[in-house]
Design a protein around this ligand. Structure first.
Ligand code: AHM
Ligand code: MG
Length: 404
């Protein structure tokens, strides 16, 4: 076991900040295939496609068929528990006695005011994942840097990477929390990576000598989406939904509060290939890149590639907007604009996991010029422009960018 200081990571992260500009997002031709992942897709059987089976039963079937990822299914036990706890917290937050609405009085590393529920949700997730015993490092929207999940080390502001721990988690504990006081849907986004086995810190090195090695290990959270082994989101809405992918399709579960279990309600979700719904913050339209402006004008006027006249739906909660997009078809995006040249959404714990889920449902996710899944993050809280959804409509955006 090797203990690494947060300062080391901060050093590494700071040196990367200036290196990152939208211009050095790799402009590989956006891939239209959804097969390009580092890890092997697990096999499923008919149990995994039978509506009504519980998430626990689903996971034990997956573990039986794919012993190499059985530890991952344990991790999902923790995620399931956290989503149930957060369901109750979000629901109860509307009661005057709960006193969990409003601001915490702290500002996170991105300069955003933290809401009380942001901080509580972050804590709930950390604790739920900690006791799975499968996780070494995690990075969260509400943490300045990646943190160790063992509390005694977290207090010392240190990160522990233990060889026995196989996974790295990244998450946004309560996405869309600006909506929570009004009782509007919010969500949790989670991505799981494998711990990089090349991360070996020489036990004998001290101080500056091993700074580089340590930084490399801490950069375990900085992996492209193509390395994800699993992604999930929980949507707290009229029902609580847990939608996940293990790299072999996208599966949706609904919480049956009577029995306290998530049950499979949406096996093998397939997003319609063409749509008539767009979901953007249209107040920013005039600040977008010209190719996107043109495509969206075509959709509004029915003069786009499909000839359909689009309608607009925008909650302002990514999880809610993406969930609707998966089920009804459509295009959701938070593109770059002249004020926010890298967009608003965070690559590591919003963009990549949601893109994995979208691709696994047959959709596409692009920055306009690059497949979101292929972008190598350089800093934990890096932002990324995103347009994701129905294949034909997102392809229209990709083609418009390619044309210029
Ligand atoms: P958050 O992570 O601070 O909650 O911000 C992310 C949210 C997304 O859920 C949503 O898509 C976007 O911010 C909405 O932003 P805007 O209010 O600018 O439309
Ligand atoms: Mg968020």
């Amino acid at each position: 076991m090797k203990i690494l200081s947060i300062a080391t990571f901060a050093l590494y992260a700071a040196s990367s900040v200036s290196a990152f500009t939208p211009a050095n997002i790799k402009t590989s031709t956006p891939s239209t295939t959804t097969q390009l992942y580092k890890t092997k897709a697990p096999v499923f059987d008919e149990v995994c496609d039978t509506t009504g089976v519980t998430l626990k039963r689903f996971m034990s079937e997956v573990a039986m068929l794919n012993p190499e990822i059985s530890e991952l299914t344990t991790l999902f036990g923790g995620i399931e528990t956290a989503c149930k706890a957060l369901t109750n917290l979000v629901k109860r937050s509307q009661l005057p006695s709960s006193e969990t609405l409003g601001y915490q009085g702290e500002v996170n590393v991105q300069g955003e005011d933290q809401k009380k529920l942001d901080v509580i949700s972050n804590d709930v997730l950390k604790r739920a994942l900690r006791f799975t015993g499968k996780l070494g490092v995690l990075a969260s929207e509400e943490e300045d840097t990646p943190v160790d999940i063992m509390p005694e080390n977290a207090k010392k502001s240190e990160i522990v990477i233990d060889e026995g721990e196989r996974y790295v988690a990244v998450f946004d504990p309560l996405d869309g929390s600006s909506n929570v006081d009004a009782g509007i849907p919010t969500g949790t986004i989670i991505g799981i990576y494998e711990h990089d086995e090349n991360c070996v810190v020489d036990e004998n090195c001290i101080g500056d000598e091993c700074t580089e090695q340590e930084a490399q290990c801490l950069a375990n959270t900085l992996q492209p989406g193509t390395n994800l082994v699993a992604a999930a989101y929980c949507l707290y809405s009229s029902s609580t939904f847990l939608v996940l992918t293990l790299g072999s399709g996208t599966y949706g579960f609904t919480l049956d509060e009577n029995i306290g279990e998530f049950v499979l309600s949406h096996p093998k979700i397939q997003i319609p290939e063409t749509s008539k719904i767009m979901s953007f913050n249209e107040a920013n339209t005039h600040l977008w890149d010209a190719p996107l402006q043109e495509v969206v004008t075509g959709w509004k006027t029915g003069t786009g590639k499909s000839g359909e006249t689009f309608s607009s739906r925008y909650i302002g909660s990514m999880v809610g907007d993406v969930h609707r997009t998966l089920l009804y078809g459509g295009v959701f995006g938070y593109p770059a604009d002249t004020k926010n040249t890298s967009g608003k959404l965070r690559l590591l714990y919003e963009g990549a996991p949601m893109s994995f889920i979208m691709e696994q449902a047959g959709g596409l996710s692009t920055t306009g010029t690059a497949r979101v899944m292929e972008i190598q993050p350089e800093i934990v809280h890096q932002r990324v422009p995103i347009v994701m959804g129905s294949k034909n409509d997102v392809q229209e955006v990709i083609d418009a960018y390619a044309a210029v």
